[in-house]
Design a protein. Structure first.
Lengths: 339, 389
C-alpha cells in the first residue's frame, strides 16, 4: 500500500520522525531529509526504527555529547563498519526473538546510514559482507560525492572535474580523472538484495522504495543523491533543486533492482544536458575555465546517456528473470526450520 | 558431576561457550584460533545451542558485530589471534569505551611481520591499553575455567568491561590435556542471565551509543573507564570465590608457586609457567630457593600483589614473550615500575624468549635462574633466551 502524503503529514505534524530539530547539520544539507523520508516511512508502516551511523557529517552533527538529535535507538561505532555493527544489532534481535524476550509481533527496522566515503570506499567490505550474509537491514548512503566532513576530499563517488582538495583542478590536471564508481551495480551484484536509487526531489518515489525495502525479505541498499551545499558551492536552498536536475539530466537515474530485476522508476523522455547540472554548481567552476572542460563534460554526457540506455535495456531483458527467488532464500529466512 | 575430559584448549573454550549458550557469536577464521569457532559452529549446526552465529568477512567486522550485538543486550563472543586482533584494534578500544561486556578468546600468536603463525604475546600486548580485562591461561583447564568466569566479571555492574581470555597459540589451543569440566546446569546457573542495560532493542527507552565526545566530556569518560578497571580486582576475587565453590579450583589475581621462602622469583604469563614450575621442582631438589609468580590477570595489572610478594626478595626474573622495540619488554616494564615503590627492591632481570613460537626449555629457565644465583641480574639489560646471536 503506497503511503498517502496527507496521512503522513497528519501523523508527523506533532511528532518527530526519529531525528529531531536542533542538530548541527549545515542549513540546507540534504542528508537530514534523506533520514526523515526513510524513518517516516518506517514509522508510518508500524516499524520501530533502530539506527546505525557511520562516522561522517550526519553522525558528528547529530550527537555532540551530551546532546543527541535521535529519539530512536542509535549506535555509531566507527567509520568503516556501520553495516557490520547493524548486522550485530539485527542478529541480537533475532536471538532475543527466538528466546521469547521480545514480543513476536514487534516490528523493528534496522537502518544504517553512511556517506559515500563510508560506503564506496572504507566501508565497502563491511557492507558487502553484511549484505552477502543476508541480514534484514536497510543501508542508505547519502551520497554527496566526497569526504565533506573532513573538508571536501576526493572519494570513489566524486565525479570527474569536481574540484576537491585532494584532486584539485590544477594547471596541469583537471581534477579527478575517473568516473564515479557504480556502487548501485556493485550492490545489485549481491543478487539477494533490493537496491534502489532515490532523490529528495522525488519524495513519493523515495518513500515507495523504502516501503519496498522494509517489506523485502532480505537486505536493502538505497543510494540517495545528497547535495552538500557547502562544498558543491551552491546556495543553501538548492539541495532539492540540484537533486531534481540530477534526475532530469540522467546524472542520477531513478531505478531499482530487485534480485536482478531492473525497473526504471522515473522515465526521462527529454533529458536536459548534463552540462546544465555541471554549470549549476560552484565545485565545477574551476573546470569550466579550463580548455579541456568541453571534452570532460562530453565524456560525462556520453556516460550518463549510455548508462540510461543500458538501464532501459536491462529493464526489458530482466523483467521476468529474477536472479534468485523464493526457491533460493538465504538461511535467515528459514530459521523456523532450523530449531 | 564434574567430568574428566581430554580436550584441546580450543575445544575446551568452545565447550564452555556451549554451556554458556551465548546470544551471538561473530567470528572469522585465523590460525590458531580457528578450531574454537569450528567447534562452536558445529554446536550451532547440531542445535546443541541456540546461539545466532555471524560468519563475518573479517575480524574487524567480528568485533564490530559484537559491539552491535552487545549494545542490543546480547551476550556476545568472538575469538581471534595475532593479525586478526590487530585488524580489530580500532574496535577493541571502542568496545571497552562503550562499556560492553563482550568476551573474546585470543589464541596468542606472533604479529606479522614477518608472517608467523606460532605463539608469542605480541598480539595481546598491543592491546594492553585498550581497556579490556586480560586473563591469561597456563593450560587447557585454566582456559576453560576463565571462559566460564568471564561474563560474570565483565557484566558486573561495577565493571561493565570486555574480557579477553589469552591462551597460548598451538601450545594450549591445539595441545590436548585432561581437564575437569563442570556440568551444564552448574555452568548455566553460575553464569546466570545477562544483565541487559541500555539495550538498542528497547525502543521505549531509546539511547544513543557512540556520540561525538569532545574536549568538554571525553576526559571524564576516560576517567570513568579508569575507575571501572579499579573495580575489577574486587569483582574478580568475588567471582573466583564463587567459582571455587562449584569447581574446587582456586583463582586469584596472581598464582604463587613455591614463593613462601623463595629468594629468587620468576614471573611469566601463560603456558611457559608450566615449564617454569617443572624447573623450579628440579632446582628445589638441588636446594635452591626459587619460586614463580604467574599473573592470571594482566589487565588490570596486579601491582599490589606483586609488591607484596616481591618486596625484599634477592632476585626477580621477568620473562616476556614479546618485545617492545626501543623500550623495555611489557611485563618487565610493569613489574619494574611496581617495584619502584617497595621498601627493599630486589635485583631485577629482563629475559625475552619464545618470539614467533621459538621453544623454551627447562635449560633456558635454569640459565636465567643461574644468572640470578650469581648476582648477575642487571636491571637495564635485556637478555634473550634461546636466541642465536
Amino acid at each position: 500500500m503506497p503511503l498517502n502524503a496527507i496521512e503522513l503529514a497528519k501523523l508527523f505534524h506533532d511528532k518527530n520522525p526519529g531525528i529531531t530539530p536542533g542538530h548541527r547539520m549545515c542549513p540546507g544539507c540534504a542528508a537530514p531529509n534523506v533520514v526523515k523520508f526513510a524513518l517516516m516511512t518506517a514509522i508510518a508502516k508500524g516499524y520501530h526504527p533502530v539506527v546505525g551511523l557511520a562516522t561522517g557529517c550526519l553522525e558528528v552533527s547529530t550527537t555532540i555529547f551530551p546532546y543527541t538529535a535521535w529519539n530512536v535507538p542509535y549506535i555509531h561505532n566507527a567509520f568503516e563498519n556501520v553495516a557490520a555493527t547493524i548486522s550485530g544489532v539485527e542478529t541480537a534481535f533475532r536471538a532475543a526473538k527466538k528466546r521469547g524476550e521480545i514480543p513476536p509481533d514487534k516490528k523493528l527496522a534496522f537502518f544504517a546510514f553512511a556517506g559515500d566515503g563510508g560506503t564506496y570506499d572504507i566501508g565497502l567490505q563491511s557492507l558487502s559482507g553484511a549484505v552477502e550474509r543476508g541480514h534484514k537491514f536497510i543501508y542508505i548512503v547519502y551520497d554527496n560525492e566526497g569526504y565533506m566532513n573532513t573538508g571536501n576530499q576526493r572519494s570513489g563517488a566524486t565525479p570527474p572535474g569536481s574540484d576537491t582538495t585532494t584532486a584539485p583542478v590544477g594547471k596541469q590536471i583537471p581534477g579527478k580523472l575517473q568516473l564515479k564508481k557504480n556502487i548501485v551495480e556493485i550492490m545489485a551484484a549481491h543478487e539477494n538484495v533490493y537496491v534502489a536509487t532515490v532523490a529528495i526531489s522525488e519524495p513519493i518515489d523515495f518513500m515507495k522504495k523504502i516501503e519496498k525495502a522494509l517489506e523485502f525479505d532480505g537486505p536493502a541498499f538505497i543510494a540517495a543523491h545528497s547535495a552538500c551545499v557547502r562544498f558543491w558551492r551552491v546556495n543553501d536552498d538548492k539541495a532539492v533543486e540540484s537533486a531534481r536536475l540530477a534526475v532530469e539530466t540522467l546524472y542520477w537515474p531513478l531505478y531499482e533492482v530487485e534480485r536482478g530485476v531492473y525497473r526504471v522508476t522515473k522515465k526521462i523522455t527529454n533529458p536536459k544536458p548534463v552540462e546544465e547540472y555541471i554549470r549549476s554548481q560552484g565545485r565545477f567552476r574551476p573546470l569550466l575555465s579550463r580548455p579541456d572542460a568541453k571534452e570532460i563534460i562530453e565524456e560525462l554526457q556520453q556516460y550518463v546517456t549510455s548508462r540510461y540506455e543500458r538501464l532501459l535495456a536491462l529493464e526489458e531483458i530482466t523483467k521476468d528473470k529474477p536472479l534468485r527467488g523464493p526457491w533460493a532464500k538465504e538461511d535467515f529466512q528459514t530459521d523456523e526450520h532450523a530449531m | 558431576m564434574p567430568a574428566k575430559q581430554a580436550l584441546t584448549g580450543a575445544e575446551a573454550i568452545a565447550y564452555a561457550m556451549k554451556q554458556i549458550n551465548p546470544d551471538v557469536v561473530a567470528a572469522y577464521p585465523i590460525t590458531p584460533q580457528t578450531p574454537v569457532v569450528e567447534y562452536f559452529a558445529k554446536y550451532v549446526a547440531d542445535g546443541v545451542v541456540d546461539t545466532e552465529m555471524i560468519p563475518v568477512e573479517s575480524e574487524h567486522s567480528a568485533m564490530s558485530a559484537c559491539v552491535g550485538a552487545a549494545a542490543a543486550g546480547a551476550r556476545a563472543f568472538t575469538a581471534t589471534a595475532a593479525v586478526g586482533l590487530a585488524l580489530m584494534h580500532e574496535i577493541v578500544y571502542i568496545a571497552a569505551s562503550l562499556r560492553l561486556p563482550i568476551v573474546m578468546a585470543v589464541a596468542n600468536r606472533a604479529l606479522s611481520g614477518p608472517i608467523n603463525i606460532h605463539c608469542d604475546h605480541s598480539d595481546a600486548m598491543a592491546e594492553r591499553d585498550s581497556g579490556w580485562i586480560q586473563l591469561w591461561a597456563e593450560n587447557v583447564q585454566e582456559a576453560y575455567d576463565f571462559t566460564v568466569m568471564a561474563y560474570r566479571i565483565g557484566e558486573h555492574p561495577d565493571v561493565r568491561l570486555p574480557v579477553m581470555i589469552n591462551f597460548d597459540g598451538f601450545i594450549i589451543s591445539h595441545g590436548v590435556e585432561v581437564l575437569e569440566t563442570l556440568d551444564d546446569d552448574v555452568v548455566k546457573s553460575f553464569v546466570g542471565k545477562p544483565i541487559k542495560m541500555y539495550s538498542l532493542l528497547d525502543t521505549e527507552h531509546p539511547v544513543t551509543y557512540g556520540p561525538l565526545d569532545l574536549y568538554d566530556y571525553y576526559f571524564e569518560h576516560k576517567r570513568q573507564q579508569i575507575e571501572a578497571m579499579k573495580h575489577v580486582p574486587k569483582v574478580f576475587k568475588q567471582v573466583a570465590e564463587e567459582f571455587e565453590k562449584i569447581s574446587g579450583r582456586k583463582y586469584d589475581l596472581v598464582e604463587e608457586y613455591m614463593t613462601d621462602d623463595a629468594e629468587y622469583i620468576m614471573i611469566a604469563l601463560g603456558s611457559t609457567a608450566g615449564t617454569i614450575k617443572h624447573t623450579i621442582k628440579e632446582l628445589r631438589a638441588e636446594g635452591k630457593k626459587v619460586g614463580l609468580v604467574k599473573p592470571w590477570v594482566f589487565r588490570p595489572f596486579p601491582k599490589f600483589e606483586l609488591q607484596r610478594i616481591l618486596n625484599g626478595r634477592k632476585g626477580v626474573i621477568v620473562l616476556d614473550r614479546s618485545a617492545s622495540f626501543g623500550a623495555e619488554a611489557p611485563l618487565y616494564e610493569a613489574v619494574k615500575s611496581a617495584l619502584y615503590e617497595v621498601a627493599v627492591r630486589p635485583q631485577l632481570g629482563s629475559y625475552v624468549y619464545g618470539l614467533g613460537g621459538r621453544d623454551i626449555t627447562p635449560a633456558h629457565i635454569r640459565q636465567a635462574f643461574e644468572d640470578a644465583f650469581k648476582g648477575y641480574l642487571i636491571a637495564d639489560e635485556e637478555r634473550y633466551l634461546g636466541l642465536r646471536e
